[in-house]
Each structure stands twice: as structure tokens, then as C-alpha cells.
Design a protein around this ligand. Structure first.
Ligand code: DX5
Ligand code: ZN
Length: 222
């Protein structure tokens, strides 16, 4: 049986103690480290780019799951891969030539991800599902950590699970935004494979126990 993957989001970490925070994740049951790149154009916030990813990569022992919330992501894919990304996720809404961009990501050797904003329906991915290694369903409007989970996300997860299974594709379903112990099990039962968790992990009294608890939930699908 496949186990769900847990990807703590560094956005909620204390950046004055970044090395310690990454070491906490290294020593935890987490599978990936989620890194949110924001450009102030696709989303109304700016975070970090290749320079910080490369520094994090020197400390992290978990694969880097890089979520690009930027316009024209195709310009930076090679550099993001060189900085150490294992998964590179671009936004559907930022890619007029999504198929080409997905090929570009796969050519670097990274896994190719596509993120969907809350208003973007999953059926738009039907014709490219076999070219996608991971679909990231945004369960908040991208740009900030610590927001409330949007509940309309749940039927999207179920629809996407059905689409992937029908196509017999190996695509992973990732959920990003407002994920915590209160909804992790429901999401897994709806068909999620990867849970991104920022504030619910880094804001917890015991982050490692929170990660372990998310990892311990059982899913009927994975
Ligand atoms: C939001 C980012 C998320 C964010 C999640 O735009 O894509 O990865 O860090 O944070 P929480 O888990 O606090 O909602
Ligand atoms: Zn993210």
C-alpha cells in the first residue's frame, strides 16, 4: 500500500532560525519540503528565489517540492532545477502553453506539477493528465500562509481522483493551503496523496508529532 506524502511548507518557518527549522524537518517523518516562490505579480506577495532554494538544498535531506507562483515560469525552470528542485509546480493560470512547459520540466529530470487556483476546474487538465506527475489543488487563494481551507476543494479532489484513475495515470494529488490535523484524514479519503502543511506544522507546539500524526492517517485510496 502506498503511503501519503507529507510536505511541510517552509513559508511558515521562522526564517531567523531557518537551519534549525530545516533540521527539524530532516529529523521528522516528512517526505518532502515545500518551497513557495512568489513574484508579486502572479500573487500579491514576494518570497524568495533560486538563491534561497539553493541554500535550503544544502541543508535539507528531503526532496524539494517547489511551488512557483510566478508569471512566465518557463523562464526559470532550468535555474530552479539547478538550485535543487525535485518537483517543479507551475500554475495552470500562468501557462498559456502548459503542455510545452510540462515537457520542459520533465526534460530537466524534475517531476512536473500543475497547480490549480480555487476557481479553476480540474477537468481542464483532462487532455494533459498523462504529462503531469503531480496536480496541486490550491485550497486557499495562493499568496499567503495561515488561511482558512476552502471547502469546495473537496469535490475537486474526488473528481480529480476519478479522472486520474480512469486514465490509469500515476499523477499524484497534492493539497495546499489550510491543511492540518482537523482535515487531513478527510482529504486523504477523498483521494489526496500529498499534504502540504505550513502553519499547522511550524506553528504547532510539537511540529514533529504533528507531521507524524499526519503521516499515520490511513487513506482508502493510496
Ligand atoms: C500559499 C502557499 C502554501 C502555504 C500554505 O500560497 O502555496 O504552500 O505555505 O500554508 P498553510 O498551510 O499555512 O495554509
Ligand atoms: Zn505552496
Amino acid at each position: 500500500m502506498k503511503e501519503q506524502l507529507i510536505a511541510p511548507s517552509v513559508l511558515a518557518a521562522d526564517f531567523t532560525r531557518l537551519a534549525e527549522e530545516i533540521e527539524m524537518v530532516n529529523q521528522s517523518a516528512a517526505d518532502w519540503l515545500h518551497l513557495d516562490v512568489m513574484d508579486g505579480r502572479f500573487v500579491p506577495n514576494i518570497t524568495f528565489g533560486m538563491f534561497i532554494i539553493e541554500a535550503i538544498n544544502r541543508l535539507a535531506q528531503k526532496p524539494l517540492d517547489v511551488h512557483l507562483m510566478i508569471v512566465e515560469p518557463e523562464k526559470y525552470i532550468d535555474a530552479i532545477r539547478k538550485a535543487g528542485a525535485h518537483v517543479i509546480t507551475v500554475h495552470y493560470e500562468a501557462c498559456p502553453h502548459l503542455h510545452r512547459t510540462l515537457q520542459q520540466i520533465r526534460e530537466t529530470g524534475a517531476l512536473a506539477g500543475v497547480a490549480l487556483n480555487p476557481h479553476t476546474p480540474v477537468h481542464l487538465l483532462e487532455d494533459v493528465i498523462e504529462d503531469i506527475d503531480l496536480v496541486c489543488i490550491m485550497s486557499v487563494n495562493p499568496g499567503f500562509g495561515g488561511q482558512k481551507f476552502i471547502y469546495q476543494t473537496l469535490p475537486k479532489v474526488r473528481k480529480l481522483r476519478e479522472m486520474i484513475d480512469t486514465a490509469n495515470a500515476g499523477t499524484l494529488i497534492e493539497i495546499d493551503g489550510g491543511v492540518g490535523l482537523h482535515n487531513a484524514e478527510t482529504l486523504l479519503q477523498a483521494g489526496a496523496d500529498v499534504l502540504v502543511a505550513g502553519s499547522s506544522v511550524f506553528g504547532a507546539v510539537d511540529p514533529q508529532a504533528t507531521i507524524a500524526a499526519m503521516k499515520a492517517f490511513k487513506s482508502v485510496f493510496v
